[in-house]
Design a protein around this ligand. Structure first.
Ligand code: PMP
Length: 431
């Protein structure tokens, strides 16, 4: 496959844009380097690069593109709104309409607010939880990504009784000392952290189904234990559903699993591919937010008409009967197909799949937490990624990301993907 134009464009981008990319995960640093492919257009489950090569896509732009590229219903809604003006700085009915759709789909949301990104949404839920409780410490889980504000760029300490340390230059020790990080899926360490810090913990921040060290399900009872332990200590439970909302069903992972947080941060899918974030939850907590309460959050672009129109159109598409069943069916076909191929090659693999979201780890053990995800084979994944790309299948360039099915993938796309995987496995087995 000839990608010389992409290589040239990437070299040029490196001259002008830090690292050639506007979000580090878009570089190929985690898969052994090389020029990131420049895409030119997308339609449905495919996109085409600057050299004219076609790829079946499973990146879905890190999640938002669940209805495929340039879905006609969403494109039409964006066009229609663009002609009416893209930003007014006043309320519009679109904001109320999307808020009502979210509330209907996710009953724990008494009230919502829109922001421009997942980061902003999570950041604000943390502020609101602190305002509501008058406490400082946030407890989170190792390996989860919650955006790029200081507080969540804090690495775990050496155990549940130690505070964190900065995980990025520019994050201060004092910020790190406001965070406790414990392993996902482990009630004992959670309890130990609460035994030590309980009365200072404002909130527990958790992805109800993890999407950021691959897709990882909570163990049965784990989310219920978080609710019980946190609420007993007077702390707020915050779900980060930026990846998981509308991913597995029309609603959140909280609906899928039958658990209820106090606050929820959202993003990605609810904007239909345009910049968006939202947060919401219990009325008495949300009423802390300005102008009703003392916790401040604002945004020139927050709730902008284009993102609202796009989000509404996307959720309308996702109400089509059978859509989630189809993604689950194709996800299973992909998972089963890869396992069948591996009967022949006998590589060490572990697959985590929930509906249309899946992670393939090169691993001789199952993955239920970050330590186990870290211990999977990065080098094998990097080579697998490149073989798949070579055969026209685009995955996220990191072993920690998911493959996302869209409503537009077909049986044939899965067959073609499995053919590419057969090639990739044969190459990996022969070296
Ligand atoms: N939370 C989670 C769970 C995420 O996966 C992400 C983005 N990958 C974020 C927050 C941050 O969202 P954004 O990139 O829109 O700021």
């Amino acid at each position: 496959m000839n990608r010389t134009t992409s290589e040239k464009l990437y070299a040029e981008a490196l001259e002008h844009i830090v690292g050639g990319v506007n979000s580090p995960s878009r570089s190929y640093a985690a898969v052994g380097g090389g020029a990131a492919v420049f895409m030119k257009k997308g339609k449905g489950a495919y996109f085409w690069d600057e050299d004219g090569n076609r790829y079946i896509d499973y990146l879905a732009a890190y999640g938002p593109i669940i209805t495929g590229f340039a879905h006609p219903h969403i494109t039409e809604a964006i066009k229609k709104q663009a002609e009416l003006g893209v930003l007014y700085g006043t309320p519009t009915t679109l904001e109320t309409d999307l808020a009502v759709m979210l509330k209907k789909a996710i009953p724990s949301l008494d009230k919502v607010r829109f922001t421009n990104s997942g980061t902003e949404s999570v950041m604000t839920t943390v502020r609101v939880a602190r305002a509501y409780t008058g406490r400082k410490i946030i407890l989170k889980f190792a390996g989860s990504y919650h955006g790029h504000f200081d507080l969540v760029l804090v690495a775990a300490g050496s155990g549940p009784s130690t505070l964190g340390s900065p995980d990025s230059a520019g994050v201060t020790e004092s910020t790190a000392h406001e965070v406790v990080t414990v392993p996902f899926n482990n009630v004992d360490t959670l309890q130990q952290a609460f035994d030590k810090w309980g009365s200072d913990i404002a909130g527990v921040l958790v992805e109800p189904i993890v999407g950021n060290f691959g897709m990882v399900m909570p163990r049965p009872g784990f989310l219920e234990a978080i609710n019980e332990i946190a609420h007993q200590a007077g702390s707020v439970v915050i779900y980060d559903e930026v990846i998981t909302n509308f991913r597995f069903m029309y609603g959140g992972a909280q609906n899928y699993l039958g658990v209820t947080p106090d606050l929820t941060a959202m993003g990605k899918i609810i904007g239909g591919g345009l910049p968006i974030g939202a947060y919401g939850g219990k009325k008495e907590i949300m009423d802390e937010v300005a102008p009703l309460g003392p916790a401040y959050q604002a945004g020139t672009m927050a709730g902008n008409p284009l993102s609202m129109a796009s989000g509404i159109a996307c959720l309308e598409v996702l109400q089509t009967p059978g859509i989630y069943e189809k993604m689950d069916h194709l996800g299973k076909k992909l998972e089963d197909g890869i396992q069948a191929i591996n009967e022949k090659y006998q590589l060490s693999i572990a697959i985590n799949r929930i509906g249309g979201a899946m992670t393939l780890y090169f691993s001789d053990h199952e993955v239920t937490n970050y330590e186990e995800a870290k211990a999977t084979d990065s080098e094998m994944f990097g080579r697998f990624f490149k073989y798949m790309l070579e055969k026209g299948v685009n995955l996220a360039p990191s072993k920690y990301e998911a493959w996302f099915l869209t409503t537009e993938h077909s049986e044939k796309d899965i067959d073609d993907t499995l053919e590419a995987a057969e090639y990739a496995f044969s190459q990996l087995a022969n070296s």
